[in-house]
Design a protein around this ligand. Structure first.
Ligand code: ADP
Ligand code: MG
Length: 566
């Protein structure tokens, strides 16, 4: 029942032609035809209109049908259109996805192309490397060949060496047996050396006397020429000096001067002395030590050794024994030199199985009292009195009670002990004037050796003694209270020095009684004197003319000692 919009709903609605007041175009107004004709016309027109309406209805129907059909078709087409749209959307989505995929694939392709590029580069590099490696391989192969050749050569050499080793082993075994035999022989020789060394020392004399003249010190008057002479021996100047002579004016100085003025030479008395060795002024400490090194070494072979320095105050006893001032190694004295020598020889003997130990002590004997020079702490300087005692009942060994016995094994320790002794003397000097020159200083070293492998032992003391000044007291001196003390001191010194002379004499004469007990000094040294002991006395002499009588006294005492033979 849809209607086409342009068609009227009914004919009534159609506008009829209107001509009131007007005629049809070909009819004249006022004619009879008018009404009839008009009716007829209208009928005709109506008929026509009906026909036309019919036609139009038909047409309308037709058009409505067409419309329906078209609408149907449109519906079908709409559905189809929707389907197609859906399809299109799907296809578009697919296309989009495809596009995206394509994009991804392109990117991937690019990536892969890049990778390919890298891989190709790598491949090229690897190829290059391969070429290099092949080269290297050829080189290595060549080397391997060379090494194999060498190995073969080495193997040949090795088998040769092995044979040699076997023969060397055999030889070593032979050598070892030989070595044992040599060791045995060496020990025998060492014992023989000790025996001969001792025999030599004995031939040189178990009592030896060396004379040492100190140089003139700065500020001292130069002695007149010919005052002190050192005549050469029968072998000429190449002989070691053993002689000395002192010329003394036999009259007073004023007489002598008068004599010189009147043209006659001043009358002099010449005193000749001869000793085992004479050291003129200017002889070095090393030269002096060289002469006694072998004697000191006897201590390691088990022989007691005792070295004295005898002479007036200021003649160089302390210089000879301990050394000069200032710690200059050039002027080091006998004590440090002897100990250094002993330590080094002991070390050498260590190679033959000997082990040595050394124990040092250092005491001072003043006015027949013994004082420890190694005292430390509160005992330093003053020191409680010490006594000389036997080490045990029935023992030959002597010890000093209250004195320190210090084990030493190197130079430094010895230097420290000498330093301590110097300090102790310095402290004592403030209370007693120049006491050190009025007392005997006794450095003792107990040497003990052991050969564990052979069960051998030896022990001996080495004594190094700086004696008190030997000068006599001026007999013309007035006896005040100070001088009386001094006289007592001098008497003690003189008595101990003369006791020393008597002891040596008694030993030399093989007397049954040796007066060791007459002085602390000889009592303390009794194990270092006599028997197989070696004794050496330095007689120290001042080069000054003013000391001539003391020098002569010293030289006479020393000559007496020199005549002794134990
Ligand atoms: P003593 O101990 O006999 O009293 P010293 O040893 O103290 O005598 O010597 C006295 C002085 O002479 C010291 O100044 C010392 O240094 C010096 N002296 C002694 N002997 C020598 C020498 N051989 N060479 C150089 N100076 C010496
Ligand atoms: Mg002195």
């Amino acid at each position: 029942n849809q209607t086409l919009p342009f068609l009227p709903r009914s004919l009534e609605q159609l506008p009829l032609p209107r001509w009131e007041g007007r005629n049809p175009p070909n009819v004249q107004p006022g004619t009879s035809w008018d009404l009839k004709g008009q009716l007829c016309d209208l009928n005709a027109e109506l008929k026509c209109c009906r026909e036309r309406t019919q036609t139009l209805n038909q047409e309308n129907q037709q058009l409505q049908d067409q419309l329906k059909e078209a609408q149907q078709q449109a519906r079908v087409l709409g559905a189809e259109c929707r389907t197609l749209e859906g399809e299109l959307a799907r296809v578009q989505a697919q296309a989009e996805q495809g596009q995206q995929e394509l994009g991804n694939l392109r990117a991937r392709v690019l990536e892969l192309e890049e990778q390919l590029g890298t891989q190709q580069g790598l491949v090229q590099e690897l190829q290059k490397e391969q070429v290099g490696l092949q080269e290297e391989r050829r080189g290595l192969a060549a080397r391997l060949e060379e090494q194999e050749r060498r190995l073969q050569a080495s193997e040949v050499a090795l088998s040769g060496s092995q044979a040699e080793v076997a023969s060397l082993r055999q030889e070593a075994a032979t050598q070892a047996t030989l070595l044992v035999a040599q060791g045995e022989r060496l020990h025998g020789l060492e014992m023989e050396r000790r025996r001969l060394h001792n025999q030599l020392q004995e031939l040189k004399g178990n009592i030896r006397v060396f004379c040492r003249v100190r140089p003139v010190l700065p500020g001292e008057p130069t002695p007149s020429p010919g005052f002190l002479l050192f005549p050469s021996g029968p072998g000429g100047s190449s002989d070691t000096p053993t002689r000395l002579s002192i010329s003394r004016l036999s009259i007073s100085r004023s007489d002598a001067r008068r004599g010189t003025l009147s043209g006659t030479p001043a009358p002099t008395t010449r005193h000749d002395f001869s000793f085992d060795r004479v050291f003129p002024p200017g002889s070095g400490q090393d030269q002096v030590f060289e002469e006694i090194a072998m004697l000191v070494q006897s201590g390691l072979d088990g022989y007691p050794v005792c070295i004295f320095a005898y002479g007036q105050t200021g003649s160089g006893k302390t210089f000879t024994m301990e050394g000069g001032p200032g710690g200059d190694p050039q002027v080091e004295g006998l004590i440090p030199r002897a100990l250094r020598h002993l330590f080094s020889v002991a070390q050498e003997l260590g190679g033959q199985g000997w082990t040595y130990s050394f124990v040092a002590s250092y005491v001072e004997i003043y006015n027949e009292t013994v004082r420890d020079l190694l005292a430390t702490g509160t005992r330093k300087g003053q020191g409680s009195e010490c006594e000389i005692r036997r080490a045990g009942p029935g023992s030959e060994e002597l010890t000093v009670t209250n004195a320190r016995y210090v084990p030493v094994s190197c130079e430094k320790e010895v230097e420290a002990l000498l330093q301590l002794a110097r300090q102790n003397r310095a402290v004592a000097r403030t209370s007693q004037n120049e006491r050190s020159s009025r007392s005997h200083s006794v450095f003792q070293l107990q040497i003990s050796g052991e050969h564990a492998g052979r069960g051998l032992q030896c022990a001996a003391p080495l004594s190094l003694v700086d004696l008190a000044g030997s000068e006599r007291l001026d007999p013309g001196l007035a006896l005040g209270p100070g001088e009386r003390e001094r006289l007592r001191e001098t008497q003690a010194i003189n008595s101990s020095l003369s006791t020393l002379g008597l002891v040596i004499m008694a030993l030399s004469n093989k007397e049954s009684h040796v007066p060791y007990r007459n002085s602390k000094l000889t009592y303390l040294l009794q194990n270092s004197l006599g028997g197989s002991a070696k004794m050496l006395m330095f007689v120290n002499i001042s080069p000054l003319e003013e000391n001539v009588s003391e020098s002569l006294n010293s030289l006479r005492f020393a000559s007496k000692v020199n005549q002794c033979v134990i």
